[in-house]
Design a protein around this ligand. Structure first.
Ligand SMILES: CNc1ncnc2c1ncn2[C@@H]1O[C@H](COP(=O)(O)O)[C@@H](O)[C@H]1O
Length: 341
């Protein structure tokens, strides 16, 4: 039996706010409650331990109406980010690309740039600590589907501002039920022209965001990686398969628990993609705080449901290296770690 936790792993699709454990949110809530700074319900009641079956209707409001109201100042952003980094490190993750939607906190005078800076400073602080020795973390900034073009432009401006300082990519995320504003296209087209900036897109998460017209537009931006890739037509599937070296960030537990795929783990499209010669499949957690499955468990699930051997698992992790946004130096560090495992 493989020790999936001890196995060095790379995580490329993890949303910061969704990766905060309920215990950590509870600790924040206790402090805020004691200081009379919150009217929110205890996170352990709001999101009972063991409850992971949030569907797309109940999932997105968790952020807008709950988590964002608890993580609403600089010290809490630092505290929760540290906790997320610690959790990934303890799970044996050696390279992490964390993604987040820059968020101003006007009540405490924090701008979107301050938000990004606070997270980068926290990552640096963690990497200097003994517990952070093996994990290296980079940041991807997300444009949410609900953002207007001005907000999207601002995210791109932040990517440029912090490129080389820890930010390595741009993402399109958000509730797939929100129609995609075609005016976001020029922002991603411009992002594509920024040297050194990686691009990953949430792709065909639901029927409503899986039309060929939408997917053709996303593919025209020439993304390096795609997240989820669920509701794709046969033509789009072939188109993706033909894009040599494209990264596919697949999230087993998230998709199964949220009812985004049907028929349980065995029928997850990981089964179709993981052997595809030209695609690079990277197992990812998405939102471990909500769906409760750390990356080590995602690998265990893949092995259990798709019959992957130790050699398959190690091969998959090593192949993932090709699609990281962290640059050659990071790849070389990871080669040393992953080929020794
Ligand atoms: C099914 N999986 C998903 N699909 C699409 N968007 C997702 C997501 N999981 C999380 N997010 C997006 O990430 C934000 C929270 O993290 P940050 O505040 O950015 O760190 C949410 O607002 C949500 O839109």
């Amino acid at each position: 039996m493989l020790d999936y936790k001890a196995l060095p792993k790379i995580e490329l699709h993890a949303h910061l706010s969704g990766s905060i454990s309920r215990q950590c949110l509870h600790e924040v809530w206790l402090l805020k409650k004691a200081a009379d700074e919150t009217d929110l319900q205890d996170p352990l009641i709001e999101m009972p331990p063991g409850k992971h079956d949030y569907d797309l209707k109940t999932f997105f409001p968790l952020f807008s109406s709950y988590i964002y109201n608890l993580v609403n100042d600089g010290p809490v952003l630092r505290y929760t980010t540290l906790s997320v980094l610690r959790d990934f490190a303890e799970d044996g993750v050696v390279y992490l690309e964390l993604r987040t939607t820059p968020r101003a906190m006007p009540a405490v005078g924090l701008t979107e740039a301050d938000y990004v800076r606070t997270i980068l400073d926290t990552i640096a602080e963690f990497e200097r600590s003994a517990e952070g020795k093996t994990l290296r973390t980079k940041l991807i900034l997300s444009i949410d589907r609900r953002n207007n073009p001005t907000q999207a432009r601002q995210v791109l401006a932040l990517c440029k501002q912090f490129l080389g300082l820890g930010v390595v990519g741009i993402d399109l995320c958000g509730n797939p039920a929100v129609p995609l504003d075609p005016q976001l296209a020029p922002v991603f087209e411009d992002a594509r022209c920024v040297p050194g900036l990686g691009m990953t897109l949430h792709f065909a998460e639901a029927e409503c965001s899986g039309s060929d017209a939408e997917l053709d537009m996303l593919l025209s931006w020439r993304p390096d990686r795609l997240g989820h890739v669920i509701c794709v037509s046969e033509r789009v599937r072939r188109e993706i398969a033909g894009r040599k070296g494209i990264g596919l960030e697949l999230c087993l537990s998230c998709n199964v628990h949220a009812g985004m795929v049907h028929g349980g783990f065995e029928s997850h499209h990981f089964g179709e993609w993981w052997k595809a010669a030209d695609a690079v499949v990277v197992l990812s957690t998405d939102d471990v705080g909500i769906f409760g499955s750390p990356l080590s468990n995602e690998y265990a699930l893949a092995a259990q449901h798709f019959g992957l051997s130790r050699a398959h698992i190690c091969g998959l992790i090593r192949k993932g290296l090709d699609v990281i946004f962290g640059g050659e130096e990071e790849k070389s560090r990871l080669r040393d770690i992953l080929w020794k495992a």
